[in-house]
Design a binder for this molecule. Sequence first.
Ligand SMILES: [Zn+2]
Length: 252
Amino acid sequence: MQLLEMKWTEVAKLSRDMPVVIPIAALEQHGPHMPVFTDSLLLGEVVRRVSEPLQGRVLLAPLLWLGNSHHHLDFPGTVSASPRVYLDVLIDLAESFLFHGFRRLVLLNGHGGNIVPAQQALFELRQRYRSRSDVLLLSATYWTAGGNPNEADSSFRQTQMGHACEWETSMMLRIQPQLVGDYAATEDVEWGRAFAPANRAWVTPDRSPLGHIGYPQEASADKGETLFRVFAAGVVALLERVIAWDGKDWDG
Ligand SMILES: [Zn+2]
């Protein structure tokens, strides 16, 4: 069910055990060859694909395109909420549904910079509702929600998500090829975990002069279809577990 198409009187009649899925993405630079709306377009396609098998069993909120992208602000076209503002936006988004009695909320994420804020926002909200053992607050990122593209197709060179990379460029070639620039001319940019096992605080120019990370020149529309299929299946499987959750046993 798409929240944006419903009347409040229809929402009022829904089961409060129905999971609410809130897609969160971004509007930020994606290298010299990909549009700034990439994360929102890709997550929108994942949501479109999961909405059919879950028809009538989850409530889908509209996608939030404003994300935590301050680390990309050196590149024009990036639009970002600062981390503390973004935390409050996510908390208010989720709490609106709690206020109306919904108990199972999933922040479904499509942008790396949102991972930590999504976890932190729900962590803070859980403290606010600490006596409510019936409340389930989850965040998940679509490319780590369960599906593994390397198991589906051994021709992928990447084994992890980058940025405007083989994976993202392939998916964009699948849905909006006219928005993809000269990806064949891009150069490899490694992930650069040079400070492991510590976590370095970084801005994108620390890691990539043109903004991408990974191997975009390996992209193809066929790979993009595989990625969408695998990632959507992972998200569906996750949401099926949220639907089936009996309030006690998640792993059983
Ligand atoms: Zn992206």
